[in-house]
Design a protein around this ligand. Structure first.
Ligand code: TXA
Ligand code: MG
Length: 325
């Protein structure tokens, strides 16, 4: 067991879920680990608390926040009605890395948006801790990173973006399990549509909803999640995607991540060879942040087949590469 401590900038790092829950109940913003990435929690019905999340993330006001509940029932105060697809997907995957988009109750609508994105995410907590975390009231739950930056999968990454800005972080020893965000599925129309590829692959969504579709990565087949329209997942280093054996020079300012050793002569500043696509997805954001911390100029990322979890991984890789043109 670790001792709680306060950073020099004043953020409390606690290992006690009850202590973190107290901050949430008092209308404050807390970062906490989920099975996908670290999230930022604040009471969904407290306008000041929700405003605190937008301010902490420097998040564009047009990018809505998902809502977390510890059960589907806890989300009924926010959801107008659960469509058949949302019900079926919730039964199949909750608690788990799935976010559905469903009609919102009036107080959760905005002039431009009548739908809401709830999730019963699996919290990375032991059964003993679950009694105090998560708090039972619905909470807003965006990823705990400054807007546009890679999501945070480790305590140090949360603090790199939010130290001194949020009052409390609930810490964990290990990094988050999936390392990549939840799958967002629009369930407001007759045919469910994946708006953001995530930890649950389209193939698995189709086992529950066989007719489910996915919007194209470039948005050409319909609107994506609003958040996917903003620059995202970008490290400061320039990201180049590498497919197959390419003539590429490594150098001391370049890092490599992939399923194989780099197809280029070294030396590299760092080389991360992942066991499989799941391992790659789990390590990607931490790798980006380590490269930034080391002040590297260039990152080479091996591409993976666009299937299964590889679809979500390729989405993050493409967007990281696009962010610097
Ligand atoms: O795994 C996750 O989903 C993490 C953990 C912490 O729960 N959260 C997360 O939140 O990734 P965020 O805010 O970084 O991404 C949520 C995505 C954004 O692309 C946002 O635009 C979209 O969900 N979204 C939120 N509300 C929506 C709505 N009403 N309709 C369509 N998309 C929505
Ligand atoms: Mg995010």
């Amino acid at each position: 067991m670790h001792d709680d401590y306060r950073t020099p900038k004043g953020t409390l790092v606690t290992f006690d879920p009850a202590r973190a829950a107290e901050f949430v109940r008092n209308g404050q913003v807390v970062a906490f680990p989920t099975e996908t990435v670290f999230g930022l929690g604040a009471l969904a019905l407290d306008a000041n608390a929700v405003q605190g999340i937008f301010a902490a993330k420097v998040r564009p006001a047009d990018n809505p926040l998902i809502v977390h509940g510890h059960t589907r029932g806890a989300l009924d105060v926010a959801v107008d009605h659960w469509t058949d697809a949302a019900r079926a997907l919730g039964d199949g995957f909750w608690p788990g890395p799935l976010t559905v988009v469903v009609p919102a109750r009036r107080m959760f609508r905005t002039p431009s948006r009548r739908a809401l994105a709830p999730s019963v995410c699996g919290c990375r907590t032991t059964p003993a801790r679950l009694r105090s975390w998560p708090p039972s009231a619905p909470r807003r739950g965006p990823s705990a990173n400054r807007s546009g930056r890679p999501s945070a999968t480790r305590l140090e990454d949360v603090l790199a973006d939010l130290d001194g800005i949020i009052p409390c972080v609930l810490a964990e020893d290990a990094i988050t399990t999936h390392g990549i965000e939840s799958t967002v599925v629009d369930c407001t129309e007759a045919v469910p549509r994946v708006l953001r590829a995530g930890a649950i692959p389209l193939e698995s969504v189709r086992e529950v909803c066989p007719d489910a579709t996915a919007v194209a990565a470039d948005g050409s087949s319909g609107a994506r999640s609003p958040g996917t329209l903003h620059p995202h997942y970008a490290p400061r280093a320039r990201v180049t995607l590498v497919t197959g054996a390419t003539e590429l020079e490594g150098d001391a300012q370049t890092a490599w991540i992939g399923l194989r050793e780099p197809p280029a002569p070294g030396p590299f500043a760092s080389v991360v060879v992942c066991r499989d696509v799941a391992d790659y997805a789990q390590r990607l954001f931490a790798f980006f942040r380590d490269a930034d911390r080391a002040g590297l100029m260039r990152i080479l990322c091996e591409t993976v087949p666009d299937e299964g979890l590889g679809t979500a991984l390729m989405d993050r890789l493409r967007r990281a590469a696009e962010a610097r043109g």
